[in-house]
Write a protein that binds this ligand. Structure first.
Ligand code: FES
Length: 323
């Protein structure tokens, strides 16, 4: 588990629209500027309807004493996109310095980067690093080129080793088949892409350690809707609004769960699911089998449809003994 992040004030130094519904925002920290490690993201804290929220954004540039991020406008935003698109130059935010769980492993014979939509952001700096690597490739999927930021910059860096997919589907099995056996694949994008990559990587018999994910836990297989969570060990029902996570809503009600990444990667916030529930798993922590069993849910990103009963492991009698 990483140490608790230190929050620092930062000013919105510049805002540029760089693709349809994609905005680039440069944040100038008031102190402690450091270059961002490869694959780094920073967290931004804000409030919506009086509730504290945190969202993560990859750093796409760290020049001129600031960190630049890119934010897609999301029609059904849970709050982060809506808040970020409301910012103006000169606004002040609370942010963390960039940190990375998604660093490029040095010395691999081959690299394959796979981006879906705004999942391109961690690969902007990586493409620069890999520009001189003879076989490193970037496969970039999106709905249309006008909605895909950084195409010019990536083409300059990678030339024909950048492959763009808008209408033809990305064939992950074929992409993995042409990757060196000791090569690594890095994937960032929506849950469907991550799940597909994981399935096809496994089918190809490749080492799980050589497949790396980055996720921002913001998208699911279904549109986010409010749902009711019954916390059995506290005997309480709580409504999770469509623009908040179960973890945030439980914390607001005084039920704090263990947590770290807040992006569905570490599994620390997982709680037991009691009985049947229709779960929209948005994590990359559980295996396909664990997801289909539906015994646990990552409260920081995953959602239920309708209602869910969980058990957080809290026992009042043990709690009283500890006092
Ligand atoms: S806090 Fe890491 S998966 Fe939820």
């Amino acid at each position: 588990m990483r140490a608790l992040p230190e929050w620092i004030a930062a000013t919105v130094a510049a805002i540029d629209d760089i693709a349809t519904d994609v905005r680039q925002i440069r944040l100038a920290p008031h102190r402690g500027f450091t270059p961002a490690p490869l694959g780094a993201h920073l967290d931004i804290a804000f409030e919506i309807n009086g509730l504290a929220r945190t969202r993560s954004y990859s750093v796409v540039d760290d020049s001129a004493g600031g960190w630049t991020i890119a934010v897609r406008r999301v029609a059904d935003s849970r709050g982060g996109s809506r808040f970020m698109w409301g910012l103006k130059p000169g606004d002040t935010l609370e942010i963390t310095a960039p940190f990375s769980h998604f660093e490029l492993s040095p010395g691999r014979p081959d690299y394959l980067l796979i981006a879906g939509g705004i999942g391109i952001t961690p690969f902007v700096a990586m493409a620069k690093q890999l520009a001189a690597h003879p076989s490193a490739r970037l496969l970039y999927t999106g709905r249309s080129r006008d909605r895909m930021p950084f195409l010019d910059r990536l083409t300059q860096l990678l030339g024909a080793r950048l492959q763009v997919f808008t209408e033809t589907p990305l064939d992950l099995a074929a992409a993995f088949a042409t990757l060196h056996p000791e090569g690594e694949a890095y994937v960032c994008g929506p849950p469907r892409l991550l799940a597909d990559a994981r399935r096809r990587w496994q089918a190809a018999g490749r080492s799980q350690a050589l497949l790396r994910f980055e996720t921002f836990g913001s998208g699911g297989l279904r549109d986010p809707e409010s749902f009711t969570v019954f916390v059995r060990d506290r005997d309480v029902s709580i409504i999770v609004p469509r623009d908040a996570s179960m973890l945030e809503t439980l914390a607001q009600a005084g039920i704090d769960l263990a947590q770290d990444c807040l992006r569905g990667e570490c599994g620390l916030c997982a709680v037991a699911v009691i009985g049947a529930a229709d779960i929209d798993h948005r994590d990359v922590f559980f295996s396909e089998r664990e997801r289909s069993e539906g015994h646990r849910i990552c409260a920081c990103v995953s959602r239920a449809v309708g209602a869910i009963t969980i058990d957080t492991g809290y026992r009042a009698s043990l709690s009283r003994q500890a006092v």
